[in-house]
Design a protein around this ligand. Structure first.
Ligand code: ZN
Ligand code: ZN
Ligand code: FE
Length: 751
């Protein structure tokens, strides 16, 4: 009889070169046996002693491919009469309906960039990839991850590629998107006047020429089309803004390397690591020198990204460009364009050069956005490089579909104990975006073999996500649970940090429907995963004109001052006009089209407008971000605190006095942040004590504000109060679906 050890590894082990790695490791260890890819992970059988098996596992952890992660593993002893004469890889087979995880898309690796210069059949081949890099999620249609189930299916491998694909010792062994100059996808380009059949290098030269001469290039990328132009050319940037109907929202910039980016930006070690990581997100970095005012007016940060596709590397390699605007190929709130015919119709006419390729994008993934805070990376937009990596939990989540919110929509599904969050989708009020949302839900169901057993949505009856959930529930009879928006915000943090006990949740947000039919957004909740109690909240302030007041922050300025019976500052009066101000007052007094909100976001809007920084939002959160970025780093003082519970009376009184004395905006903005942090902290201390709670959870879109979050965290640190916020799940509404799913799991599965 022989001792065989069967090792089961669960995690991201498919499509990341895990089996060839195991094969090589077994050779190094002189072990016989086999490795097998199944739907629920990788199985390794070893014909050896227990000691050897343990040494082997140690090495698996130590040396595994960078992208692979191991969630858990188990080892069991098999007694058999057979033995192995070598170590081999068994052909993939399907076992059960459990699935392994799908890898996110991976930036091209250094080895592949090297091969572009040396491998005869891949000289300057821009679709080069290997088991450690290349497209994954964006091209996969179905599991298991095999070429025939991806958009590479239409490309037949040449002899050369096939031999590499089948050679266990090759870096491209079972690299599903493997391709070369002879057999793979290729770029094509069109300019205003003609369709030219140029080779790759000539296309590159065309791109460089166009960008340098101030033109706009549409270029098909990994998860969608991008729009490019010279970041130094103000005219091009303004033209791009006009084309994209993007008045002021900052543009991200692609730099050739970190050294170049440092000409304008500060980059610390953590930021550098994430910039260079295989995920390659846009990183929001602080500027020390302005690159170009038109890129990010009023902002002190700039979104930077490093090349992640071979063509990006080549663009900088064969030119002296040092900063290129790198924007999604879309208009207004529409989703990023992925289809060639769509791009040709919409992007070709508006660009000076149109560059496309013939590998289809199946799953749309925009560039992700992150920022550094508190020695951590906080994700703001989760998409390419992250989706569909699961959030691994300790609870059963199978069959739960959570629909998210509306403006920054996402949804999430539960598989076994995983929560798989969809990519960034956008504002559902846009018709195309809503279609993208529906289609993606459908695709996730198919891809992950997901059958909804329970549905969870927001309380808001008018969210398109809620309506869709209701519609599906009515049609199929699948039960629907509706949960409060800020409870979901809080639970998203609890899910990421495995919290179960009652916590104090501070939810600072734009808006979410409350159980009293008012719009909430400055909330202190006591909650666990199942229920919440609203302990306290910001005062209800009139929202004159409803949605309009959320866009036109100056209305909130009038509303807050009216609420506290304070005079309107002169400059504000002159800018807005006394008639408009009086109309708002009348609306409030007579309750015309006026709602009530405890929103913290609207408080930012009001202060931003009154201090003359931003009167109305051209994109969500603009006034608040500008207020944050205007604030001086040196100003440490606060406005006096009101004696009343959570009142902003003294705050606004202080601001008006400062305005009358012509105190700079930077000081007012800083004092506002300091005061708000004081108010939140004092209230938190009181509520912790009164309710016997010990842990604090921070969530809601307002906590994307680094200044506020840092001020608050600092205070908690001093008092040694444990605090939690999400870093892997967006704290804005894109994280809502994870919280909803957490509440659903606690409710339906009682865990
Ligand atoms: Zn590679
Ligand atoms: Zn080939
Ligand atoms: Fe929210």
């Amino acid at each position: 009889m022989h001792n065989h050890y069967l090792i089961h590894i669960d995690g991201l082990v498919q499509g990341v070169g895990f089996r060839p790695f195991i094969y090589k490791l077994a050779q190094e260890h002189h072990l016989h046996g086999c490795v097998d890819n199944r739907n629920d992970g990788v199985y390794i059988e070893l014909d050896c002693s227990q000691k050897d098996a343990e040494l082997f596992i140690n090495d698996v952890f130590k040396k595994k491919p960078k992208i692979a992660y191991i969630h858990k593993y188990s080892i069991s002893l098999l007694r058999t009469s057979s033995s192995f004469s070598d170590f081999h890889i068994t052909a993939s087979k399907e076992h059960g309906s459990e699935i392994t995880r799908i890898s996110p898309d991976i930036a091209v690796c250094p080895d592949c960039l090297q091969d572009m210069e040396t491998q005869p059949h891949r000289i300057r081949y821009p679709f080069i990839n290997c088991t450690h890099c290349g497209p994954r999620f964006s091209i996969i249609k179905e599991l298991p991850y095999d070429r025939s189930q991806t958009t590479m299916e239409s490309f037949e491998m040449c002899q050369h590629c096939r031999s590499e694909y089948e050679n266990i010792t090759d870096r491209r062994f079972h690299a599903q998107p493997i391709a070369c100059n002879h057999c793979g996808p290729y770029y094509s380009c069109k300019n205003n006047t003609d369709t030219s059949s140029l080779d790759y290098f000539s296309i590159l030269q065309e791109i460089v020429k166009t960008v340098k001469s101030g033109g706009i290039v549409s270029m098909k990328g990994l998860g969608g089309y991008n729009l490019l132009c010279d970041a130094h050319n103000t005219e091009s940037i303004l033209r791009l803004r006009e084309i994209k109907q993007r008045e002021k929202k900052p543009f991200a910039i692609m730099f050739p390397d970190e050294k170049t980016a440092k000409k304008w930006l500060y980059i610390n070690k953590t930021e550098s690591d994430i910039l260079h990581s295989w995920r390659r997100p846009i990183v929001l970095l602080k500027e020390h020198t302005k690159l170009n005012c038109e890129l990010n007016q009023g902002f002190t940060t700039l979104g930077a990204i490093l090349p992640y596709l071979p063509i990006h590397f080549d663009l900088f390699k064969y030119s002296n460009l040092d900063a290129v605007v790198f924007s999604s190929g879309n208009f207004g709130d529409e989703p990023i364009i992925i289809e060639n015919y769509d791009a040709e119709k919409k992007l070709y006419p508006i660009s000076d050069l149109f560059v496309s390729h013939n590998r289809d994008i199946h799953n749309r993934v925009d560039d992700s956005i992150v920022q550094y805070i508190d020695n951590n990376i906080q994700i703001i937009r989760r998409s390419r490089g992250y989706t569909p990596e699961p959030i691994v939990t300790e609870n059963y989540t199978e069959g739960i579909l959570a629909f998210g919110a509306e403006k920054t929509a996402s949804f999430a599904i539960g598989k076994s104990k995983d929560i798989i969050l969809s990519q960034h989708i956008g504002d559902l009020e846009n018709m195309e975006t809503f279609e993208f949302y529906r289609e993606t839900i459908h695709r996730f169901c198919k891809l992950f073999r997901f059958n909804p057993r329970y549905l969870v949505s927001d309380l808001h009856p008018d969210y398109l996500s809620t309506r869709l959930a209701k519609e599906i529930s009515q049609k199929t009879g699948v039960p629907l649970l509706q949960v409060q928006h800020h409870h979901a915000h809080a639970v998203s943090v609890m899910v990421e940090h495995n919290l179960y006990e009652d916590v104090l949740a501070i939810c600072m947000d734009g808006s979410g429907l409350g159980t009293d039919n008012c719009s909430w957004g400055g909330e202190f909740l006591q909650c666990n995963r199942k229920e919440f109690i609203r302990l306290s909240h910001f005062p209800y302030i009139a929202l004159p004109g409803g949605d309009k007041a959320a866009k036109e922050g100056w209305r909130m300025g009038v509303s807050f001052l009216h609420h506290y019976d304070l005079p309107i500052p002169e400059t504000f009066k002159r800018t807005i006009g006394i008639e408009k101000i009086n109309t708002i007052k009348t609306m409030i007094n007579k309750h015309i089209n006026t709602y009530y909100t405890s929103s913290c976001g609207r408080l930012f809007d009001a202060v931003s407008a009154l201090s003359g920084i931003c009167y109305q939002n051209s994109f969500q959160g603009e006034a608040a971000v500008l207020l944050e970025h205007t604030a001086s780093d040196r100003e440490k003082s606060s406005y006096p605190l009101s004696t009343e519970e959570l009142s902003f009376h003294s705050l606004f009184k202080g601001i008006i006095t400062d305005l009358e004395q012509n105190i700079p905006q930077a000081i007012i903005a800083a004092k506002f942040h300091n005061t708000l942090a004081d108010i939140l902290f004092n209230k938190a201390l009181e509520l912790l004590r009164e309710n016997g709670l010990s842990k604090i959870v921070l969530s809601g879109g307002v906590f994307q504000n680094k200044r506020l979050l840092q001020l608050l965290i600092q205070k908690f640190k001093v008092k040694k109060i444990p605090y939690y916020y999400t870093s892997r799940i967006p704290c804005n509404d894109a994280g809502i679906s994870v919280g909803q799913l957490g509440i659903g799991a606690a409710t339906f599965y009682k865990n």
